[in-house]
Each structure stands twice: as C-alpha cells, then as structure tokens.
Design a protein around this ligand. Structure first.
Ligand SMILES: [Zn+2]
Length: 202
C-alpha cells in the first residue's frame, strides 16, 4: 500500500493508463477502479488482447495501413476496390475516417506522417519508396493527396506533386471543404464526402 491509498498494483495500472492520449490522473483512477469490478475472465481477456497486440497487428506491405500481421489489409485485398485510384494519407486513423464516409472506392497509401524536417520527418523516413514502386507498377491512374491543410500537410502535398509530376498519374487534392489546420482523422463523413467529390487537379 503506497501513500496514495491504492495498493501497488492499482497504482501501476493508473500510471500505465495515464500514458494514453486524453487520459489524465482522475480518468485513469476511474478506469482502474472500474476494472477492479470486472470478473477475472474479463480481466484475463483484456490481458490476452494486450499481450497479443504486437504479434497480431502489423502494417500492410502494400499500402502501410494497419493489418493483420503479415497480411494485406482488407482494402488492398479487396477485388471490389478501384486499384487504379490511390488516396495518400498521413496515418491509419485517416483511412479509418475516410472509410466511414463510404464514398471513396479506391485504395490508400499511408505515409506514416508528413514532412516536418525540424521533427526529423524527411522523405527518407516516410513510406515514399513504396509509393514510387506502386506508381512505377503502371496501374495507378489517379493519386488523391488527402493531407490536413496545415503547413506540414501542404508541404507534403507539394513535395509529392513535384515527385510524380513527370509520371502519367493524374494528381488531385481534396476540395478545400476542410477547415484550415483541420485533420481528416476528425472531419465528419459529410465533409469528407464533399471534399472527395470536389477534388481538383494539382
Ligand atoms: Zn493495404
């Protein structure tokens, strides 16, 4: 029992939960206390899922989206998607959110960030080589650049547009329906649908 009044195991759980985004001390305490009410089977199930996470979740070797480890993601594996249109995004949460709008029927490419040289995000440590490979494959007809409209998002779009300007791929960007500085991960489905249907040539 520590000075905080919680047994050590509860304190350890609170410290770990506090590492999650948006979870402060009080929320972490509430979550930990709620878990103390769970039956052992449920706690065991949570423990197993967490333990197996690194072994079960990986990145799609084609597009870089989250996938079952060592497998294509469901989108790349689907024959009903348009594999000639590729939407380039920063991270997996944007794929998930664009999918909610159910409007885009192409495939994706996840860069794993956007250009921010001061934070060490240069073209070399983004998933750009694989994108070049996909374009060189010759099956891509349109590349939709779907970055947030902040400085780094714009810089990344300009860089990619320049990189592929000599290719036969039509390069478009989302219509400016997204508020300045907003992130596609959080835009509502209607806004995303409007941004896609009004996409313009770069
Ligand atoms: Zn994929």
């Amino acid at each position: 029992m520590s000075i905080s009044g919680y047994p050590d195991a509860v304190n350890e759980l609170i410290e770990l939960l506090k590492g999650l985004p948006g979870v402060g001390r009080r929320s972490a305490e509430r979550m930990a206390l709620a878990m103390l009410d769970w039956n052992p089977d449920k706690l065991d199930a949570l423990g197993s899922v967490l333990k197996e996470l690194p072994g079960r979740v990986g990145f799609c070797p084609e597009c870089g989206h989250l996938s079952e480890k060592d497998h294509l993601c469901g989108i790349c594996a689907s024959a009903s998607r348009d594999h000639s249109t590729i939407c380039v995004v920063e991270d997996p949460s944007q794929v998930i959110n664009i999918e909610k709008s159910a409007l885009f029927r192409g495939v994706y490419h996840v860069l794993g960030g956007k250009l921010a040289p001061l934070e060490g995000k240069t073209p070399e440590n983004l998933n750009i080589e694989k994108l070049k490979e996909r374009v060189a494959g010759g099956k891509i007809r349109e590349m939709v650049l779907a970055f947030s409209s902040d400085v780094e998002g714009r810089a990344t779009a300009i860089y990619l547009a320049g990189l592929f300007s000599g290719s036969n791929v039509k390069i478009t960007r989302l219509a400016s329906g997204l508020p300045a500085g907003s992130n596609i991960s959080f835009a509502d489905p209607e806004t995303i649908a409007a941004a896609f249907s009004g996409r313009t040539n770069v």
